[in-house]
Ligand binder design. Structure first.
Ligand code: WTA
Length: 583
């Protein structure tokens, strides 16, 4: 198997995981149907609503005064919201939208920094039955235009600081007619077309609202995610998809009523939506959100100050913590009892480090935006083989297929695939792109685009992507988006972009750029192009390395052969180049 480690971490029958037998029993008899009976509340007509399940039912029951949200601000102060508070606030926000004539199925996007209003708006949109889209605050105009244009969003919720980016593209967005501005502290509501003050509108809104009754497969949230070709695609999920989020938060992340939970992901990405919002609140848990930037000291402070007990994070962050001189043992982190990781391969060293400094193993979890929730994982009760993603979640059927769709035997590397009908939270469509949606499936199988291998014990081991998609610090970046941003610069003729392996970030973005005649290929030009991508596409999606070259390897039909660029970069054989234009 692709690991250097031979040891297995035995299932942790210690204080960190109580009730193992309960878990085993529940999972042994697992069925989606029984899980829905246990975890979901539906209305008398059989319909449901995510926000009713996340907020209202807790506010109407024993958890009304339980802390739902702890907001740790970047200045070190914090705010707390109970389920009762969040019910009132989401009701008000649903009313704000209803007053703006937003209807079921309309797209409303949230483009805010990490503040409570980001969650209130998101849940208020779902309560009304509109489709909620989230966007990472680092997105710049190109990325925003792609998403708001394709989804034809009619309303966006943003902040005074982020609004100028929307203002600059507003003319190109005919469907966008209302812009709700959330101000905190000292702020000025900017003047502009369609502007509404969040605080004024909330003050005027009624505190009662009847959640929309949604059918299981009616749309809830959408997230634009990068693919290997073309612009990002809108992956659309349904209200019923909360079920798998809750099942996995309960059985994989091991969340209990008494826990304080922190998922470090931003709600602009799928992990922040599903595990920073739906799963934890579906179960009535206490959720920490953190406004500040990453630093080992800041993160350990958050863990210590709020007595975090369940922590869901990502390999790049863990590797940055490992590399830092700050010693976690100098903090009081005794409340931690369960750790999990997602987004990139979790290297065995990170697990050994966790065991050393926290006395706990990080449990790897694997899934994708399209899948809507964890699908392959290390359950608390499973022996961990460091370097492996673990086993399929009970209820989900996973296989390794060859390119023709045949199931491969254990030990053979191939396409990681899931039987579509067994993934409860699988995406419902790709917005406006049924051809793309269909392209994910081969017969009854959903093809993930990852390659993997299964060992004879049934554990899955991640190998890599089968396409050119880049995963940098756990964030998905499509090479085409970066290439498009680069060629917008007048000095650039064309560009090819790859993911280059990196010890810390998993991969970094590397660009090969052909410059216009007469432009100096120097360090200044590299810096200019990096800034250009940061300012037009997104802060995280710029190429950390740039090489200037004379021409790009292309097929005769003009397609850039990124595979060849990558092989050259890594000093590997370039493979079959017979279809190349010139080589
Ligand atoms: C990668 C994030 C290795 C994988 C939830 C997948 C992983 C893509 C793991 C999805 C893991 C996610 N080990 N690779 N545990 N988890 N990936 O849509 O390539 O942002 O296809 O969803 O991240 O990224 P996405």
């Amino acid at each position: 198997m692709p690991t250097t480690s031979t040891s297995t971490i035995q299932r942790q029958a210690n204080a960190s995981v109580a009730n193992l037998t309960d878990y085993d029993a529940a999972l042994l008899n697992f069925s989606w149907h029984a899980a829905a009976d246990e975890l979901l509340d539906t209305f008398a007509d059989g319909s449901l609503n995510i926000t009713y399940n996340c907020i209202d039912r807790h506010a109407e029951g024993d958890r009304a005064d339980k802390t739902a949200l702890i907001f740790e601000q970047s200045n070190g102060e914090h705010e707390q919201y109970t389920f009762r508070d969040l019910k009132k606030l989401t009701n008000q926000f649903s009313n704000v939208l209803a007053d703006l004539s937003v209807k079921k199925g309309d797209r409303v996007f949230v483009f805010l920094p990490t503040i409570p209003e980001r969650y209130i708006a998101f849940l208020g949109i779902l309560k009304l039955g509109a489709v909620a889209g989230t966007m990472f605050a680092a997105f710049q105009e190109d990325a925003l235009l792609d998403r708001l244009g394709d989804s034809e969003a009619s309303v966006i919720v943003t902040s005074p600081e982020l609004y100028p980016r929307i203002k600059n593209i507003q003319d190109k967005l005919p469907a966008l007619n209302q812009i709700i501005i959330v101000g905190r502290g000292q702020y000025v509501i900017p003047a502009g077309k369609g502007i509404i003050s969040y605080n004024d509108a909330m003050d005027a809104a009624s505190e009662s609202f009847e959640p929309a009754h949604m059918q299981n497969d009616e749309y809830s949230y959408m997230l634009y995610t990068s693919g290997t070709t073309g612009k990002p695609k809108g992956i659309v999920h349904a209200h019923y998809d909360i079920l798998q989020a809750m099942v996995t938060t309960k059985y994989v992340l091991d969340l209990r009523d008494s826990d304080i939970y922190w998922c470090t992901a931003d709600i602009g990405w799928v992990t922040g939506v599903v595990y920073g919002t739906l799963g934890v609140w579906g179960l009535g848990g206490t959720n920490v959100i953190y406004e500040g930037r990453f630093s080992p000291e800041n993160w350990y402070d958050v863990l210590e100050k709020h007595h975090v007990s369940v922590w869901y994070s990502a390999p790049t962050a863990i590797r940055m913590l490992m590399a830092s001189a700050t010693n976690p043992k100098s903090y009081d982190l005794h409340n931690l009892r369960h750790l999990a990781s997602v987004g990139e391969p979790l290297n065995p060293e990170a697990i050994w480090w966790g065991l050393d400094v926290f006395g706990l193993a990080f449990h790897d979890t694997w899934w994708q935006t399209e899948l809507g929730a964890i699908a392959v994982t290390n359950l608390p009760a499973l022996d961990i083989k460091p370097g492996s993603m673990g086993k399929p979640l009970p209820g989900i059927e996973v296989a390794i297929l060859d390119d023709a769709g045949n199931v491969l035997p254990d030990g053979e590397q191939g396409n990681l695939a899931l039987r579509a009908s067994t993934v409860s939270s699988l995406m419902k469509t790709v917005w406006g792109n049924p051809v793309k949606f269909d392209s994910y499936f081969k017969g009854e199988w959903y093809i993930s685009g990852d390659s993997a291998v299964r060992d004879s014990d049934g554990y899955y081991w991640f190998i890599g992507r089968t396409d050119d998609l880049i995963n940098t610090s756990g964030e998905r970046v499509g090479p085409f988006e970066v290439e498009s941003a680069l060629v917008e610069h007048p000095a650039v003729v064309e560009a090819g972009v790859i993911g280059k392996p990196d010890k810390l970030r998993g991969e970094i973005i590397k660009a090969f750029v052909v410059l216009q005649d007469g432009i100096e290929p120097d360090e200044d030009m590299k810096h200019t192009l990096q800034q250009h991508v940061k300012h037009h596409l997104a802060g995280h999606a710029y190429p950390r390395e740039i090489d200037f070259i004379d021409h790009l390897p292309k097929t005769r039909s003009g397609k850039i052969m990124r595979r060849v660029l990558k092989a050259q970069e890594l000093g590997l054989p370039t493979g079959d180049t017979s279809t190349l234009e010139s080589y």
